[in-house]
Design a protein around this ligand. Structure first.
Ligand code: RNT
Ligand code: ZN
Length: 423
């Protein structure tokens, strides 16, 4: 172990020199990285199931594939799995919870009657784990969402039910933020849309705007709760029309000072959110990201260190947006170990941020200003193979997190001791 440690130290010392040669302060990059929190989505741990018994169907056009054994069946199991994942991820992070993960003590509580008390178990746990929390009303997997419409439904009673759900969720978000001393981002995503060509694209949008206004009518302290709205291009069963499109929510967010949530899987396949960050931040203070990986469609694959992930991180760092961009994850894969999925995706997000923080951006900008695009491209490619891995290993070691693929052994052990015992 001693020689292992020293080889990490040696590699780090060499990497540090290498970066210093480009004017990059590695220590400063690591310090900055340690202050970035990623919001881990609870729903990777149980295939977006939640703990209500209202509906076995996922609904809302969401699809999880795979039947890897060992998924969490109770809030305690889910928390135990999250603790395992968090122990293998350097830094201090956040939990992103859905309303369908309420703890109602075996009693049936309708979604429009949820209270902070139903999330006290999560809040206490988050406090104990030193995690901030983010929150999401759940407008799917419910009989009142079965026909594919919620806030834009033609039936005023159904709209009212979901408006009330939104209202109670914002209060729950504020309670989470107050208890934990960090604002909770309460993000609204709805499935509403048509499978086939609509005759009226306008009506549902008018209804959605009215419902959102009603949800957001109560003013809450932004120190406790921040509202966010998530757009989408299409879903399964809403291929021809989605009420909450990008243009709809971009406009609503600007007009009403809300955060916009950009999900990496919610655009045309060649359209990337990395390019949208600096565009939308011209007109709003803060945004939320749902970092995901669509493969051919919004498939929510586990995030890997792709070109787009690196571009997202680079944009956040280059634009000096670390305080204005909230980074949440949104993927769910049931075909691999679910704890490993969290660890892989989150570690990749952090690695991408490290790589971005180690970039000699000024040098690249200078080339660009001078019109020397040859040097810009050449340097960007050279930078890709600098020893970021040595810095990453050292960063993990400093954070007392397992270095390299050693974390996988720990997950395998957890699988045989805990997950495999679940039926
Ligand atoms: C769906 C949205 C939404 C969900 C979660 C579970 O397409 O991405 O964010 O994934 O609310
Ligand atoms: Zn999302």
């Amino acid at each position: 172990m001693a020689s292992e440690t020293s080889s990490i130290d040696q590699a780090f010392a060499l990497a540090k020199q290498r970066y210093a040669g480009l004017g990059v302060d590695v220590q400063q990059a690591m310090d900055q990285l340690s202050r970035i929190s990623i919001s881990l989505h609870c729903w990777q741990g149980d295939d977006v199931g939640g703990f209500e018994s209202t509906s076995d169907l996922l609904g809302g056009g969401l699809a999880v594939t795979g039947n890897y054994p060992g998924k969490a069946r109770t809030p305690d199991e889910l928390r135990q799995d999250l603790e395992m994942a968090l122990a293998l991820i350097p830094g201090r992070h956040r939990l992103n919870l859905h309303a369908s993960y309420a703890e109602t003590g075996g009693q049936r509580v309708e979604r429009n009657e949820l209270e902070p008390a139903h999330f006290q178990g999560w809040i206490d746990w988050a406090k104990d784990q030193q995690l901030g929390m983010d929150f999401n009303p759940t407008l799917f997997s419910h009989p009142k969402a079965d026909d594919g419409f919620t806030l834009a439904h033609t039936d005023p009673a159904i709209r009212q039910f979901w408006v009330e759900h939104g209202i109670v969720c914002r209060r729950i978000g504020a309670a989470m933020g107050k208890a934990l001393g960090t604002p909770c981002i309460t993000n609204v995503w709805i499935p509403d849309g048509y499978k086939d060509m609509p005759a009226d694209r306008k009506g549902p949008r008018l209804r959605l705007a009215e419902s959102l206004d009603a949800i957001f009518a109560e003013s809450l302290d932004p120190a406790w709760n921040l509202d966010s709205i998530e757009c989408k291009l299409f879903g399964i069963g809403s291929e021809c029309y989605v009420v909450g499109s990008h243009e709809f929510y971009l406009g609503y967010a600007v007009a009403n000072k809300k955060l916009l949530c950009l999900d990496a899987g919610h655009f045309h396949p060649t359209e990337v959110i990395s390019d949208k960050i600096s565009s939308v931040l011209m007109w709003m203070d803060e945004i939320l990201l749902h970092v995901s990986r669509g493969v051919r469609w919004d498939s929510d694959h586990v995030v890997v260190l792709s070109d787009e992930l690196r571009a997202i991180a680079a944009e956040i760092v280059r634009g000096d947006y670390l305080e204005r961009v909230h980074i949440g994850l949104d993927f769910f894969d049931a075909s691999i170990n679910r704890v490993a999925a969290w660890v892989i995706g989150t570690r990749c997000m952090i690695k991408a941020l490290l790589q971005a923080l180690l970039e000699p951006t000024e040098m690249l900008r200078q080339f660009e200003l001078e019109g020397d695009f040859t040097s810009r491209l050449a340097m960007m490619e050279e930078l890709k193979t600098l020893p970021v891995g040595a810095v990453w290993d050292y960063y993990c070691q400093q954070a007392e997190t397992l270095v390299g693929p050693l974390w996988l052994d720990r997950v395998k052990q957890y699988e045989s001791e805990v997950l495999s015992k679940r039926s």
